[in-house]
Design a protein. Structure first.
Length: 393
């Protein structure tokens, strides 16, 4: 489970704490945090519909949408979320929720199509608020079907009751590639629970490189994919240890792991780098790290930066589209380096090691991204008009 799912779980916890009845609707209950769903929520697992049922739903969608999906279905290439469409229609017709909040592009599209099919002509059955967490122009270009995503988003998102971007950059990109009005897109930054982060950071961690007197430890957290560009981080780290002793720990796993292992060996830094893999609780690593480094080529937001700040850990990031510069105040709370520039990234790391910012100032920055503030804005989109009507009756 990635950052988008983590944020949705945080919002779910906060909604339940405020007394809202909540269903969590999943295509399948699987993945890293499948057992971490809030106890106060009802979990509805849809599964995937048969091809005949999916085709029957497909022919009821608007022509351009149906034609785009038909090609994918013919080659069995439709994403899992899309294959659950008929079952989501049944759920909406049977349960009639007050509102739906959804995240990730194919989940968003499927929810909007289901709401339209479950309702009356030109009147969706339920208001749907979509949360866009990706820089769509960068994040969905590798697969054939994904290249049609911008067209589907442009045709479908106008039917949403609200469109949320998790950073201004994501919102700008979404408007640019879909021709949606930027005024229709609301930026709501991802939140963090600083108190919970601090409590998690207090847990012990069995990390041999944190012994007293050890060189400072640099930390990176993220899936090992081309997006995260750990290769540039390794090249930057080679420059760092040419200037001073240091060690690098990377938490996460993914398809690039073997390539990164080989690169570390070729750079002669493998004795100073540990690829730890997935960990249940990364926060103690943030607490002990001398610098947290994000080397991504692009991000929708950059939740890991908030996690590091909440633990008082100094941060260095690439100035990638779109979230890091917004989180770090364009350099005020952490140095920024150009994307893919190992020399500049190394220089930022070295300057931060030499003159780290005050930990409490970093924690205060993280406290600006509260869950309550984010939830208030989501509720305005989800039930604001209805709540205002209820208050006046």
């Amino acid at each position: 489970m990635g950052g988008a799912e983590r944020v949705m779980l945080m919002l779910a916890d906060a909604l339940i704490a405020r007394g809202h009845a909540l269903d969590i609707v999943l295509t399948r209950r699987e993945g890293y945090f499948a057992d971490a769903l809030p106890a106060g929520a009802r979990v509805c697992e849809l599964g995937m519909a048969s091809h005949p049922a999916l085709w029957r739903a497909l022919v009821r969608l608007p022509g351009p949408v149906a034609r785009t999906l038909a090609g994918a279905l013919a080659f069995d290439k439709a994403p899992k979320a899309v294959r659950s469409l008929p079952r989501l229609v049944d759920y909406l017709q049977g349960e009639r929720p007050d509102a739906v909040l959804t995240t990730l592009p194919y989940n968003n599209l499927t929810a909007l199509w289901a709401a339209a099919l479950a309702g009356e002509p030109r009147r969706p059955s339920v208001p749907v608020v979509v949360r866009e967490a990706s820089v769509l122009s960068r994040a969905h270009v590798t697969k054939r079907f994904d290249r049609r995503l911008a067209d589907l988003v442009g045709m479908t998102y106008p039917g949403a009751a609200g469109i949320v971007a998790i950073s201004d950059g994501v919102g700008d990109d979404l408007a640019r590639i879909t021709s949606l009005s930027r005024a229709r897109i609301t930026t709501i930054y991802n939140p963090i629970d600083v108190a919970r982060a601090e409590a998690a950071a207090a847990a012990p961690v069995a990390e041999p490189w944190l012994a007293a007197g050890a060189p400072p430890m640099l930390l990176a957290v993220g899936r090992m994919t081309p997006q995260k560009d750990h290769a540039t981080l390794l090249r930057a780290f080679a420059r760092v240890i040419a200037a001073r002793p240091a060690r690098l720990v990377i938490l996460g796993d993914g398809p690039e792991r073997g390539t990164l292992d080989a690169l570390a060996r070729s750079l002669g830094i493998d004795g100073h780098v540990r690829l730890v893999g997935l960990v249940d609780n990364p926060f103690p690593y943030y607490r002990h790290a001398a610098v947290f480094v994000l080397s991504s080529a692009w991000e929708g937001f950059g939740n890991v930066l908030l996690e590091a700040l909440a633990c008082g850990c100094p941060v260095v990031s690439t100035d990638c589209p779109s979230g890091p510069a917004e989180i770090l105040g364009h350099g005020r709370w952490g140095r920024l380096a150009p994307v893919g520039d190992a020399e500049a990234l190394a220089a930022c790391i070295l300057r931060t090691l030499d003159a780290p910012p005050a930990a409490e100032a970093l924690r205060q920055r993280a406290r600006m991204f509260t869950i309550d503030a984010a939830l208030d804005r989501y509720l305005d989109l989800l039930i604001g008009d209805r709540q205002e009507r209820d208050d006046t009756e």
